[in-house]
Each structure stands twice: as structure tokens, then as C-alpha cells.
Design a protein around this ligand. Structure first.
Ligand code: NAI
Length: 462
């Protein structure tokens, strides 16, 4: 039988299994899902296409979905984020997976297409950044003879269009059929969620979506505490540079920016922040960071990190002003935060995988991490298991909800109810020895809640 996977080296599966066993001990939320739902198998009949960084933590998520009854096929949502031993162990377990660290953009979209190829097509999407949703929607639009809506970068647009044309030639009507049988999507990240709300605004979302990112136990933990650990990890593994004493500029002070600034400050860097939002700028200042204009510090800082989810934040004119050996990287979802395309005609020297030295016209050199793609996953291994357990427990609950209660939902974007958010947090307390105070009924009544929760009104912002 032909193998139904593309991985770097299946022999890495043994190493992958050992790391997966360790990760399970740090992912109490996912393990609790297996205990609670392993027998009733609420995902029976679900055929889930997953497009999310193929890491060890994701491997624990995949095995959880399978234990809950789902059929799963997987691709990574980024060309540099795969951990090849994680992909290998998933392939060996019999789950079709298409992910290699350092795959090309063409392979990226081909692998995504492969992850859709269940015999009867998928009926659920688990997305990170929205590529899987985008693929189906763009393809269905193309089949209807409609214009293809803008995609992240022009380089990517050419590749996506070619992949869609190929699939349309091989299987006429395929995209429309798949779009119509998808019951729902759960979306992991800020950037993907942003795309979903735009689709709703334009009346283009063809199935319900759960915004996993805006569960409190996702964005206020993964985006913040996750980046707090994984940003500096990525910079160190890439460069081994001394962080203490260096001047670092963090662009954006949302959840990822807050974690990133804390990461660099914790390593002893002197951190400056840029922001466009007065609330986040004030937060940064009151957290003790100088809030500056990039133009004013670009010639003196040592490390530049974008965290905005926006485009063209570090532009070519900024990079021309940077000092020799400045380090430039991005931790936001897409690579268009830094104008990497404008550097293509400069001299590039490959230091090692995902680390390049680029010579600027004035002779200064820049160290560019992961070609501007998210460096914590490109240069290191992403967030630790414990925080990803909280994110992925939300993913599992969202998949169960959309699969079991499809009819309750319109073609709109939903957030999981607060009692489930609190449940996810609760599942992670024991592992780190947290003791929770119990409200008595008089106290609960006084603050207008029940002793079991939810403990906060919907408008509370944490
Ligand atoms: P957010 O919306 O909370 O924060 C982004 C911040 O950037 C906002 O405060 C915004 O005002 C600011 N901003 C926008 N344009 C700017 C500009 N030109 N200059 C300075 N500041 C600007 O979003 P969040 O949750 O922090 O996510 C940011 C990005 O990181 C998204 O692309 C998200 O998908 C991604 N992400 C990456 C993770 C990783 O592990 N690498 C983990 C979680 C999210």
C-alpha cells in the first residue's frame, strides 16, 4: 500500500514518541478530554482536516482527536514550523500527515490539498491562520467564476492560484462540494480570526466558526505567556547572542507583544515598544517600557521583533538605517510584517537553516530570522506543552461543539461560553499545585455569581 504521508524521515518516529510521552505529562487539559470523552467518542463520524503547526504539542492534540473518534488528516500552517520527529510519529500512528520543516511554498499548498483528501472529503476544519478555510473558499469562488479575494502576500497568491487550478483540473466541482459539506471550523489565532470576521462582514462565511483565540484561556495565555518563553528561545537558538544589555524594540503591545516584551526584559534586554493604539501604548508605558517611534530608535537598537499581525511594519527604509549585525525577526502569524521581499536583491549569506545574514548597500549586515516568518516556531520549537494544552483543550471543545450541535449555529463566528473557558483553566491547576479558594453561598450572592461560577460577567476583560 502506498504511504499516505509526506514527512522528512519516518525513522524519527521513535524519538517523536519519547517527546510525545513527556508532553502528555504537561498537557493535563488534553489528557482530561481523553478521560472524559474517550469512551463516548463524541467526534465519531467527524473527518477533520487540520492546518496547524506540526509540533509535538500538536501531535498530542491529534491523538486526542483520534481517541475521541475523529478521522484526521493534517498539514502544517507554516513552512518552517514542523518538528520532523512529531510529523514522523503521527505518520507512524497511521494518521495521514503532510509536513516537512523547510518545505517550499508550493509544497505547503500541495500538502494542504493532500490533507483534504479523505475518500469522502472532510466535514470539519481545524485551522490556524485560516489557510485551510481560505483554500476551500477561494476554490469554490474560482469554480463559480468569481474573483479570487486577496490573499496574504503576492508571492503566495501566485502559488495558491496554481494549486487551485490544479485541483480544479483534476476534480471539477470539488471545492464547492467540500465547502457545502463542511459543518464548521475552529480557528486558533488572532490573524485567522480576523479573516473570519471579515468573511462574516462580507456575507461570505459558508459555515459556522468558533473563535478559539478569544477564549481567555487561549489568547491571554498562549499569546502572552507562550511568547514570553518561546521568543527569547528562538533568538538564542538562532544567534546565541547576549541578550542582557541589548536594546530590543517590540512592535505591537497586544497579547503577543506583552509576552514578547516580557520575554526580552526577562533576559535582561532594555526593551522599547511601538504601538498605534493609545490603550496598549499606555499599558506598555505603565509596564515600564519606553514607547517610541521606530524611526527614532532604528539606528541604535540591536534587536527588532514584530508582533502586530499587520503588514509593512519594518520597511526597507528602516532596515537601511539599522546598525551592523542588528537582529530582525517576526513572531506574528504572517511574514509580511517585515518587507523581506525588498531584501531579495541584496547579498544573502546562509548562516544555518532559518538564519540569514543580509548585506545592505551601506555595508551593514542584518541577521534575519526565519525569513520573516514566525521565529519562535521557525528557530525554536514554539510554545511549551503546558500552555498549548490550554489552547488545544479549547480546540477540542470547539470541535465537539460544532460537530455535535451544528444546527444550533448560524454562519457566524462564536466564542466558547465562559463556563468552558473556566473549565479549561481549572483542568490546568493541579499540575502546578494551585489551590483555589471556594466561595461560600453568601459571598457568591454578594458578588452576584454562583459558587461554581462563571465568576465574571461577559464584559470582564481579564
Ligand atoms: P493583538 O491584536 O492583541 O495585538 C497586535 C497589536 O499590534 C495591537 O495592539 C495593535 O494596536 C498593534 N499594531 C498594529 N499595527 C501596528 C503598527 N504598525 N505598529 C505598532 N503596533 C501595531 O494580536 P495578538 O494576539 O497579539 O497577535 C499578534 C500576531 O501574532 C497575530 O498575527 C497572531 O496570529 C500571532 N500569534 C503568534 C503566535 C506565535 O506563537 N508566534 C501566538 C499567538 C498569536
Amino acid at each position: 500500500m502506498a504511504t499516505d504521508y509526506v514527512v522528512k524521515d519516518i525513522a524519527l518516529a521513535g524519538y517523536g514518541r519519547k517527546e510525545l510521552d513527556i508532553a502528555e505529562t504537561e498537557m493535563p487539559g488534553l489528557m482530561a478530554c481523553r478521560q472524559e470523552y474517550g469512551e463516548s467518542k463524541p467526534l465519531s463520524g467527524a473527518r477533520i482536516v487540520g492546518s496547524l503547526h506540526m509540533t509535538i504539542q500538536t501531535a498530542v492534540l491529534i491523538e486526542t482527536l483520534v481517541e475521541l473518534g475523529a478521522d484526521v488528516r493534517w498539514a502544517s500552517c507554516n513552512i518552517f514550523s514542523t518538528q520532523d520527529h512529531a510529523a514522523a510519529v503521527i505518520a507512524e500512528s497511521g494518521v495521514p500527515v503532510f509536513a516537512v520543516k523547510g518545505q517550499s511554498l508550493e509544497e505547503h499548498w500541495d500538502y494542504l490539498d493532500k490533507s483534504f483528501q479523505f475518500a469522502d472529503g472532510p466535514n470539519m476544519i481545524l485551522d490556524d491562520g485560516g489557510d485551510a478555510t481560505l483554500y476551500v473558499l477561494l476554490g469554490a469562488r474560482a469554480e463559480a467564476g468569481e474573483e479570487i479575494i486577496p490573499v496574504p502576500t503576492s508571492e503566495e497568491e501566485t502559488v495558491i492560484k496554481a494549486q487551485i487550478a490544479k485541483r480544479m483540473a483534476e476534480s471539477p466541482g470539488w471545492f464547492t462540494k467540500i465547502r457545502d459539506q463542511i459543518k464548521g471550523v475552529s480557528e486558533e489565532t488572532t490573524t485567522g480570526v480576523h479573516r473570519l470576521y471579515e468573511l462574516v462582514r462580507d456575507g461570505q462565511l459558508p459555515f459556522p466558526a468558533i473563535n478559539v483565540n478569544d477564549s481567555v484561556t487561549k489568547s491571554k495565555f498562549d499569546n502572552k505567556y507562550g511568547c514570553k518563553e518561546s521568543l527569547v528561545d528562538g533568538i538564542r537558538r538562532a544567534t546565541d547572542t547576549m541578550m542582557a544589555g541589548k536594546v530590543a524594540v517590540v512592535m505591537g503591545y497586544g497579547d503577543v507583544g506583552k509576552g514578547s516584551a516580557a520575554s526580552l526584559a526577562g533576559a535582561g534586554a532594555r526593551v522599547k515598544v511601538t504601538e498605534v493604539d493609545p490603550i496598549c501604548a499606555l499599558q506598555a508605558a505603565m509596564d515600564g517600557f519606553e514607547v517610541v517611534l521606530l524611526e527614532d530608535v532604528v539606528g541604535s537598537a540591536d534587536i527588532f521583533i514584530t508582533t502586530t499581525g499587520n503588514k509593512d511594519v519594518i520597511r526597507i527604509e528602516h532596515m537601511r538605517e539599522m546598525k551592523d549585525m542588528a537582529i530582525v525577526g517576526n513572531i506574528g502569524h504572517f511574514d509580511n510584517e517585515i518587507q523581506v521581499a525588498a531584501l531579495k536583491n541584496h547579498k544573502w549569506t546562509r548562516i544555518k537553516e532559518q538564519v540569514d545574514m543580509i548585506e545592505m548597500p551601506n555595508g551593514n549586515r542584518l541577521i534575519l530570522l526565519s525569513e520573516g516568518r514566525l521565529l519562535n516556531l521557525g528557530n525554536a520549537t514554539g510554545h511549551p506543552s503546558f500552555v498549548m494544552s490550554a489552547s488545544f483543550t479549547n480546540q477540542v471543545l470547539a470541535q465537539i461543539e460544532l460537530w455535535q450541535n451544528t444546527d444550533k449555529y448560524k454562519n457566524d463566528v462564536y466564542i466558547l461560553p465562559k463556563h468552558l473557558d473556566e473549565k479549561v483553566a481549572r483542568l490546568h491547576l493541579d499540575r502546578i499545585g494551585v489551590k483555589l479558594t471556594q466561595l461560600d453561598s453568601a459571598q457568591a450572592a454578594y458578588i452576584g455569581v454562583t459558587p461554581e461560577g462563571p465568576f465574571k460577567p461577559e464584559h470582564y476583560r481579564y
